[in-house]
Design a protein around this ligand. Structure first.
Ligand SMILES: [Zn+2]
Length: 263
């Protein structure tokens, strides 16, 4: 669909090829199905700990050059041009999707593509959004690809793009929340439904087919514990829930207003 262009901050302009079938991603399937309640408690604990650290400034490895995505309020810092181009596409997809649901678009989005994510804050993930600094960190594609699969399918650049979309959706959602402390499930619901919505249909079906789980039936099923237990299944079930809604736009705004998916 969309074509994107990407400009070096100076004068060099790069054109992005038509986006293929890409999508986003997030944490790796931690095979914790077999882990019992004790492990679940640990997982939740880690989540809270990470959230606490989100409030502290982070010194991340500074990657290469800074570039501005053409036509967007998005700046990407990346050591790899090709990755920056994909980041621009993923950011554009997320912003366009959420703007189509009447979310406001932030006037600045910063994406840093790095060889290594900031420690602790981003453990077990291929990308993360640091709320306190409003910065997105994404692994360089070559590192992401080392995971081999994501959402149960082989990693390619389309999945990489969807990873960026997920994280940028966090930025946009953060800009639109009307409540001070939205729940984890509220933030992740918006990020995941954005990620899946912007995927090319063929790839989306490929990913969804890996998860035979049913749609969430309602808010009461979408707790933080469910998310922490298996974030990918949470994402798929959230997306299926979103598809069933009579008015997805209104539901998103209910989340942003603190009327749905509250703690
Ligand atoms: Zn997320």
């Amino acid at each position: 669909m969309a074509k994107g262009t990407f400009h070096r901050r100076s004068t060099i302009a790069l054109s992005a090829k038509k986006k293929g079938s890409e999508s986003r991603s997030f944490g790796f399937k931690k095979s914790i199905y077999a882990i019992a309640a004790a492990a679940l408690i640990v997982a939740v604990g880690v989540g809270l700990w990470q959230r606490e650290l989100f409030n502290k400034p982070v010194k991340a490895e500074m990657p290469g050059k800074e570039s501005r995505c053409s036509g967007q309020n998005v700046v990407v810092r990346s050591p790899v041009n090709a990755d920056a181009l994909i980041a621009c596409e993923g950011a554009r997809d997320a912003i366009e999707f959420l703007a189509s649901k009447d979310l406001d678009v932030p006037n600045d989005v910063a994406i840093e593509i790095v060889m290594k994510l900031p420690p602790v804050e981003c453990s077990f993930a291929a990308g993360c959004y640091l709320e306190s600094e409003r910065r997105v960190f994404i692994l360089v594609y070559s590192e992401f690809k080392k995971f081999k699969t994501w959402f149960g399918v082989p990693i390619d650049r389309t999945l990489y793009r969807s990873l960026v979309s997920h994280e940028v959706a966090h930025v946009v959602a953060g800009f639109n929340f009307k409540i001070l402390t939205p729940s984890i499930q509220a933030k992740e619901y918006i990020a995941y439904i954005t990620q899946f919505s912007i995927m090319e249909p063929v790839q989306r079906e490929r990913v969804l087919s890996q998860f035979p789980c049913e749609a969430f039936e309602g808010d009461w099923q979408m707790g933080a514990t469910i998310y922490m237990f298996d974030c990918m299944s949470f994402g798929v079930r959230a997306y299926r829930h979103f598809l069933k809604l009579a008015n997805g736009r209104d539901y998103l705004h209910a989340i942003l207003n603190g009327e749905a998916l509250v703690e």
